[in-house]
Design a protein around this ligand. Structure first.
Ligand code: MN
Length: 427
């Protein structure tokens, strides 16, 4: 049976509402209090399957001599390539099946290899080589263009021809749960003559998906649609924290710099491209037709539901402020990657691509506070008498995402970050 078969069941009980049924098997990096070495695991129900423990017992093996899963990141495994990714996932699926006694009936191995998620400390799962952020939702780009440029002609002339992006910082990508320190920077109000330096007053989130590149490409060479697709290892939830006031002053003429460099959060579980196969859909019709190198022969979007929850320190439970879907993206992840390499730019194992803020056609589907509060002019009503235009200290922002199957869902867990006050300068 294929690892995506909806009929598969595990001997580990999995709640139908869980993000991690046997059809998912996302990869992460974790440690436990008993065993403080970082290692690779997959999520199954409320457990983590320790792959380093399985590898040590030859329950899973590779041709390469070195240890693949007793590693602090997924990079060693990813470098082995898509054929190994598929074989490994098939083997893990087989080991977890309800009718396979290998692991099910080996109590000693089960104790060693299955860790409750509540005991596992999840770490950044990748050694990130480079981080590139795109701007590929037409609804998002239209909202931003309407706010800051021209309501009747919001898209710049290049937008419908090219997946717009910029090279971001890999050094400040952090795992879910890491506090986000309010950044400081140069600020200049439109009414002020000169800039000042101080804490950002317009701190925002951006709802995005992260694309994890698992294979390198050669400098000077372009990628076909198929080659690009095969380089994608998997996907993660991504929050591209943004300082709107810093951004507004600095972004001309070279694009965002410090406004996006202080923190980017990702969820700890990387859902494989293969696990998302059943949820493939066509993206929006592209008009004008893209240049030949960007044309797609297959559907490269995914029907992946997304939700954003915001909780202020005064709220007892979070309020959902946005529900949208990854399927709306105008430029697909494959097109972004093809374009990224098109000049001859080499891609590396461990590169991370941000999809760009994912907004949908409805007002409730806007993937940033900049859009939800329409540049701060329409405060967003939360529960009680709480309102927000931008994020305040103590606010916690959480993104969740999942693909709904028949009786199960392939989910991503969450990416959460809480805002900490800006550092005060001391001598
Ligand atoms: Mn972004």
């Amino acid at each position: 049976m294929h690892p995506n078969d909806p009929r598969l069941r595990s001997f580990i009980e999995v709640d139908p509402a869980s993000d991690f049924p046997i059809q998912n098997l996302p990869y992460g990096v974790f440690l436990t209090p008993h065993q403080p070495d970082l290692r690779v695991g997959v999520a199954i129900g409320d457990q983590v399957l320790d792959l380093a423990a399985l590898e040590a017992r030859d329950m899973i093996s590779f041709e390469s001599a070195c240890e693949v899963f007793a590693q602090p990141s997924l990079n060693t495994f990813m470098a082995l390539g898509p054929k190994v990714w598929a074989l490994t996932r098939a083997r893990l699926s087989e080991l977890l099946r309800h009718d396979n006694p290998e692991l099910r009936d080996n109590a000693e191995l089960r104790t060693r290899a299955l860790v409750p998620q509540a005991l596992a400390q999840l770490h950044l799962p990748l050694r990130i080589s480079g981080f590139t952020d795109f701007y590929s939702s037409k609804e998002h780009a239209t909202n931003i263009g309407s706010m800051f440029r021209d309501r009747t002609n919001p898209l710049l002339p290049n937008w419908l021809h090219i997946p717009i992006g910029y090279n971001g910082r890999a050094s400040t990508v952090v795992v879910s749960g890491t506090p986000i320190r309010r950044p400081r920077g140069q600020l200049k109000l439109p009414t002020a003559e000169l800039p000042t330096f101080g804490p950002c007053n317009r701190l925002d989130f951006e709802l995005e998906m992260g694309v994890v590149i698992g294979q390198a490409s050669t400098i000077g060479e372009m990628l076909s649609e198929r080659q690009a697709e095969e380089m994608i290892f998997g996907f993660t939830l991504l929050n591209d924290w943004s300082a709107r006031d810093i951004q507004q002053w600095e972004y001309v003429p070279l694009g965002p710099f410090q406004s996006k460099a202080f923190g980017t959060s990702i969820s700890p579980w990387i859902v494989t491209r293969e696990a998302l196969e059943p949820f493939r859909v066509h993206g929006p019709k592209q008009h004008p037709t893209p240049l030949p190198y960007l044309q797609q022969a297959q559907s490269n979007n995914y029907d992946l539901q997304l939700a954003v929850d915001l909780r202020t320190p005064k709220m007892s439970k979070p309020a959902t402020i946005c529900r949208t879907n990854f399927k709306y993206m105008y430029w697909s992840s494959v097109q972004q990657l093809v374009h990224h390499a098109s000049s001859g730019c080499a891609m590396n194992v461990g590169d991370l691509l941000g999809s760009g803020t994912i907004s949908g056609p409805d007002k409730s589907e806007r993937g940033s506070l900049l859009e939800l509060s329409w540049n701060g002019m329409v405060p967003l009503a939360l529960t009680g008498d709480e309102h927000r235009t931008f994020l305040e200290d103590g606010d916690s922002l959480s993104i969740t995402g999942w693909c709904q199957g028949d009786g199960y869902r392939v989910g991503f867990g969450e990416v959460e970050g809480t805002i900490f006050p800006a550092v005060t300068l001391t001598d």
